[in-house]
Ligand binder design. Structure first.
Ligand code: FAD
Ligand code: 2HG
Ligand code: ZN
Length: 459
């Protein structure tokens, strides 16, 4: 890996930044928000995994829609490419410049904490909270830990404002639950990864905060039991189920070995699979009774081999820490090949086993994810990056997913990493229409070039 510029060619249609450009940006944003400091640029040019590195010479920090609009209008007229960046926690190389595109950042936004202090909750929760930003979340259509309960951002985002490449501001900031007046264009911006416009405002449904939350950390002997347990949880916990996550033994081992202070909630023996189930409801005794009855019948039926229910908030966060900490543990363990797949639940783990057989002792295959949404996070971990390992994984992993009509990007997006792989999950005609939409909204192709659409089709 290293420089991403090795993967694609810089488009000759883009100009190079000059001193007049810098003066213009300073006149709009003020000195402070036009950043040329090398250390700050080095951070903005590098992604969370430290796998993709760009070479942008400029970071702009607009504070308002009007400033974003002025910047884009200017960049469009000058053919200066722009890489929109939020919290820079993306996992597909989407948020960092590939070459010298200007990076554009918006201010940090501790939204979850703010909403949680009221009597509502954010329908989206993910391990990157505290670092990621709502514009990035919407632009990636992030899924996260509670999608099984609240659904995707396509349902939860009620409206948004976006700035187009030419600086036009699209006001679609409705707050209505129902609105069928014509094409619902906000959906174009949810999950388009900064390639169609910059999201500057969002209105989002925030469900009421409920008082009774329970978390169980469970062990299962095999994958079939996890799968059956999910079916049972959907039937028996029904409306109170708020998360159903799984980790295999490799993911658990990594978390326990690499996360500071992590302790195994089930230390008595080693298990092949672990499942974290959360319930959220409004009636404590009713919810507890429901969860206990479900756990008891699942134990008796042999679906659960061991388990513990969190007794207080500290224990609950220690369970979540293990699950949410796996991406961090993977980074600490060395080189990391990441695949984020939607697959039929019953087939999902066959891929993991096939991958283990292919890789033999070359690398560790680590599986975990949002089982409740049929979303597998398949990670291959090795001491260092090695082309021999990559050749065993790709294109096999994509072909396998395509054969089972799965998605090669369940929730992280395509970014730079998978722009050229889109055909594994989308038909040529669909990609052609996507390209036409991109050309219509951003004819000069200045917004996040080299990402999302195949490089040959990027304008
Ligand atoms: P960035 O990384 O800055 O950008 C992501 C993409 O959005 C880029 O293409 C960028 O150009 C574009 N973008 C950013 N802001 C804007 C904007 N305002 N307008 C237009 N385009 C914009 N993802 C999940 O889906 N589920 C998870 O459970 C999850 N867990 C994670 C856990 C960890 C520890 C980490 C590191 C990442 C995780 N992610 C997860 C991935 C990542 O956090 C999400 O994709 C997140 O939504 C990215 O938000 P961000 O603000 O960091 O965006
Ligand atoms: C998660 O669910 C994130 O923890 C990251 O989506 C997944 O590291 C990954 O592969
Ligand atoms: Zn995830």
């Amino acid at each position: 890996f290293g420089s991403v510029a090795e993967l694609v060619q810089r488009s000759p249609s883009f100009s190079t930044l000059d001193s007049d450009d810098i003066s213009f940006f300073k006149s709009i944003l003020g000195e402070k928000n036009v950043v040329q400091d090398e250390d700050v640029l080095a951070t903005a040019n590098t992604d969370w995994m430290r796998k993709y590195k760009g070479s942008s010479k400029l970071l702009l920090q607009p504070r308002s829609t009007e400033e974003v609009s002025e910047i884009l209008k200017y960049c469009n007229s000058r053919h200066l490419a722009v890489a929109p960046q939020g919290g820079n926690t993306g996992l597909v190389g989407g948020s960092v410049p590939v070459f010298d595109e200007d990076a554009r950042e918006q201010s940090d936004w501790h939204l979850c904490a703010l909403v949680n202090h009221s009597s509502f909750v954010m329908p989206l929760d993910l391990g990157a909270k505290g670092s990621c930003q709502i514009g990035g979340n919407v632009s990636t259509n992030a899924g996260g830990l509670r999608l099984v309960r609240y659904g995707s951002l396509h349902g939860n985002v009620l409206g948004l404002e976006a700035v187009l490449a030419n600086g036009d501001v699209l006001d679609m900031l409705g707050t209505l639950r129902k609105d069928n007046t014509g094409y619902d264009l906000k959906h174009l911006f949810i999950g388009s990864e900064g390639s169609l416009g910059i999201v500057t405002k969002v209105s989002i449904l925030t469900p009421p905060k409920l008082s009774s939350v329970n978390i169980a950390f469970l062990a299962c002997k095999d994958y079939f039991s996890c799968q059956k347990l999910l079916q049972e949880a959907k039937r028996k916990l029904g409306e109170i189920l708020s998360a159903f996550e799984f980790l295999d033994i490799e993911a658990m081992d990594l978390a326990l070995n690499h996360l500071e202070g992590a302790r195994n909630p089930l230390p008595a023996s080693i298990h092949n699979f672990y499942v974290l189930i959360e319930t959220t409801g409004s009636n404590e005794s009713y919810d507890k009774e429901k969860l206990e009855a479900f756990l008891l019948s699942s134990m008796e039926g042999g679906l659960i081999s061991d388990g513990v229910v969190a007794q207080d908030i500290n224990q609950a966060s220690s369970f979540w820490r293990i699950r949410e900490g796996v991406p961090e543990a993977l980074i600490k363990a060395g080189a990391n090949y990441k695949y984020d797949l939607s697959l039929p639940v019953e087939k999902m783990y066959n891929l993991v086993e096939d991958m283990r057989a292919r890789l033999g002792g070359l690398a560790r295959v680590v599986a975990y994810g949002h089982l409740g949404d049929a979303n597998l996070h398949l990670n291959v971990s090795a001491p260092k990056y090695d082309d021999k390992i990559l050749a065993q994984i790709e294109p096999y992993v994509y072909e396998w997913t395509s054969k089972h009509r799965g998605s090669i990007s369940a929730e992280h997006g395509l970014g730079l990493m998978k722009a050229n792989k889109i055909f594994y999950s989308k038909s040529p005609k669909t990609v052609q229409l996507m390209t036409s939409i991109k050309n219509l909204l951003d004819p000069n192709g200045i917004l996040n070039p080299y990402k999302v659409l195949p490089h040959s089709l990027n304008p």
